[in-house]
Write a protein that binds this ligand. Structure first.
Ligand code: GLU
Length: 419
């Protein structure tokens, strides 16, 4: 097996995707140089006392890529794989995500280098409150609004909101989204990303008009995005035939009993070993004869190695950067229709936007209203991207970037250069 000498930079990939859109747009050099960098990057090192009295030093980041269209917005990731390079890439991708769906935010991302599963609840709370304090100079409803991402939960958001509020001396609920509903969270926020994935998959299938009565779907990931997506895709009339997690995958061509699978996973901690399906290796999931493939786990899953084996006609890229650029080229050549990440998983940040608006006006909406508004915003974005793709004769990812970069570039130009 070939050894990769140069570890691949997630930010370099993000910049490459931006460059492709900037080329299509013929973006002026000044704007291009500005938008391919991040605006602010804060690195913090801070101590936390663990339950046994020992003191541990943690490293965290908060990066703002661009704030020309509104306050910075983006999740906070807790993972041992967090690096400044990755957070910069994800912050940039948030800028395009917010722009492509037309919500008034810039892009940000944060993270702490930590495996949250190795911490007790109280250690997790201490890491969170200290990290929130360290980045507090950037955070606020008009400045930068964090949300959950990999490894963080509504409870973690409640601690961040409470910490910011303690410093302010009053409750600042709009400083964070993805909170529990009891403290200013929004109905429908938890399933929002999976719901967006479902709306887009249904819309893309309509457009592709494959003539299949019951399209089949394989989903990689059974967590915050994958699980609600599985449930909602099933409810939308698709047959979920395969589900994978970090340990393996299960396959039943007749369709999976999702409730039973959820129960099984709760008990066993993995999907493998489920009686009503066949165990397959995680990688096999990508080569299954399905209509739709939904990578909803982590980045870098679809590569030049497995892309040639993909038989799905549609990929809804639920996880950020699940498909790498080499795989993109292969999929395009093979005529696989891709709904790219910045559009595919935007349901999360769209409902975050609704949550922020509800907090600011202190008036809360019912779930039905949230879902209707989400459907409206994400479906409109899908057709705008599709039209751009057809008119400019570029693939869906480039079209999404073109649309987003154009909007951010316009805002940047119209605001001018200070001073
Ligand atoms: N972490 C999610 C994302 O990558 C949600 C961000 C948010 O709601 O601000 O889109």
């Amino acid at each position: 097996m070939a050894v990769e000498l140069q570890p691949r930079s997630a930010f370099a990939i993000a910049q490459r995707r931006f460059d492709a859109a900037a080329d299509v747009l013929g973006l002026p050099d000044d704007t291009r140089r500005l938008l391919r960098e991040v605006k602010r990057e804060l690195t913090v090192h801070f101590p936390v006392r663990h339950d046994d009295g020992s003191v541990h030093l943690y490293t965290g980041f908060r990066v703002q890529h661009n704030i020309n269209r509104g306050p910075a917005k983006g999740g906070i990731r807790y993972s041992p794989d967090v690096t400044l390079d990755l957070i910069k890439a994800l912050a940039m991708s948030m800028t395009w995500k917010c722009a492509v769906v037309g919500i008034p935010y810039g892009g940000a991302k944060g993270g702490v280098v930590v495996d949250p599963r190795r911490l007790s609840r109280s250690e997790l709370e201490h890491v969170t409150r200290r990290y929130a304090t360290e980045i507090a100079l950037l955070i606020g409803p008009e400045k930068d609004i964090p949300a959950p991402d990999l490894g963080t939960t509504p409870e973690v958001m409640a601690w961040i909101m409470d910490t910011i509020s303690m410093h302010a001396g009053h409750s600042v609920t709009a400083s964070v989204t993805g909170k529990p509903v009891e403290v200013g969270g929004s109905e429908g926020r938890q399933e929002a990303a999976g719901r967006g994935v479902t709306y887009l998959t249904v819309e893309a299938l309509k457009y592709l008009n494959l003539g299949e009565e019951t399209p089949t779907v394989a989903i990689q990931g059974f967590g915050k995005v994958g699980l609600p997506a599985a449930r909602l895709l099933h409810r939308a009339g698709l047959r979920v035939v395969a589900v994978g997690d970090s340990k393996g995958a299960v396959y039943n061509p007749d369709g999976l009993d999702l409730e039973a699978l959820e129960e099984h996973r709760k008990v066993r901690g993995e999907v493998s070993g489920f009686k009503k399906a066949e165990d397959i290796a995680g990688q096999e999931l990508f080569g299954l004869p399905v209509t739709v493939l939904v990578p909803a786990a982590v980045e870098g899953q679809i590569t030049e190695h497995n892309a040639p084996r993909i038989r799905a006609r549609l990929i809804t890229e639920a996880a950020n950067a699940a498909i790498d650029p080499q795989a993109d080229a292969i999929l395009n050549e093979r005529g696989v229709f891709v709904v790219p990440d910045i559009l595919a998983n935007a349901g999360g940040v769209i409902v975050s936007y609704f949550e922020w608006v509800q907090d600011l006006q202190a008036f809360f909406w019912e779930e039905e209203e949230i879902n209707t508004k989400l459907h409206h915003v994400i479906t409109r974005a899908f057709y705008e991207v599709l039209h751009t793709s057809v008119n400019r004769q570029v693939d869906m990812r480039t079209a999404a970037y073109v649309l987003a970069v154009q909007r951010v570039a316009n805002a940047t130009t119209v605001r001018g250069i200070y001073p």
